[in-house]
Design a binder for this molecule. Structure first.
Ligand code: CMX
Length: 135
């Protein structure tokens, strides 16, 4: 079902403040920013081999990422696995009794389809399934 790690999501207070560390210190290639309105975040991607680091900055106080930072501070927020067929993956997980946050896929960055599994069902790791879009 899972093919590879698509990205690791890291919650930050400010993309502008965090970007230089990933670009200038770690030397990762910056791939751009995008607002994901439905998730109330602005994201920036940095390439690491065929995977990415995704920095997540909340765009409102009721963003899930704002709540995460308030409780935990900045840090690793989620792990995203790439799948070929997210609808089938969700059906299989539901049939296996895994607690889903998203029963159906939502729109993620870069035209992806995404869905989250509840951290209480995954050993404490907020887990995202991610099916790439056409671009
Ligand atoms: N990783 C691991 N555990 C987490 C977590 C995270 N990122 N976020 C919350 N939890 C845990 C909490 O610690 C808490 O555990 P305890 O009850 O033991 O304290 C439990 O989950 C419930 O958390 P909460 O703080 O009460 O928060 P909510 O229930 O309101 O929401 C969650 C938690 C995961 C359901 C919610 O954040 C969500 O729906 N997330 C999916 C969407 C999302 O995160 N979008 C942002 C990224 C979008 C993108 O990448 O494009």
């Amino acid at each position: 079902m899972t093919k590879k790690i698509n990205h690791i999501g890291i919650a930050v207070k400010s993309l502008d403040a965090s970007t230089p560390f990933y670009c200038d210190v770690l030397g990762m290639a910056f791939e751009g920013t995008e607002e994901v309105a439905e998730q109330k975040v602005r994201v920036a991607f940095f390439a690491v081999g065929e995977s990415r680091v995704e920095l997540l900055e909340p765009t409102s106080d009721d963003s899930p990422v704002a709540k995460f930072i308030e409780k935990n501070g900045e840090g690793i927020h989620h792990l995203a696995y790439e799948v070929d067929d997210i609808e089938k993956a969700l059906t299989d997980l539901r049939d296996s009794g895994v607690r889903l946050i998203d029963e159906t896929p939502r729109r993620g960055a870069h035209g992806t389809s995404i869905a989250f599994l509840h951290p209480k069902a995954t050993g404490g790791v907020l887990t995202e399934l991610c099916q790439p879009g056409d671009h």
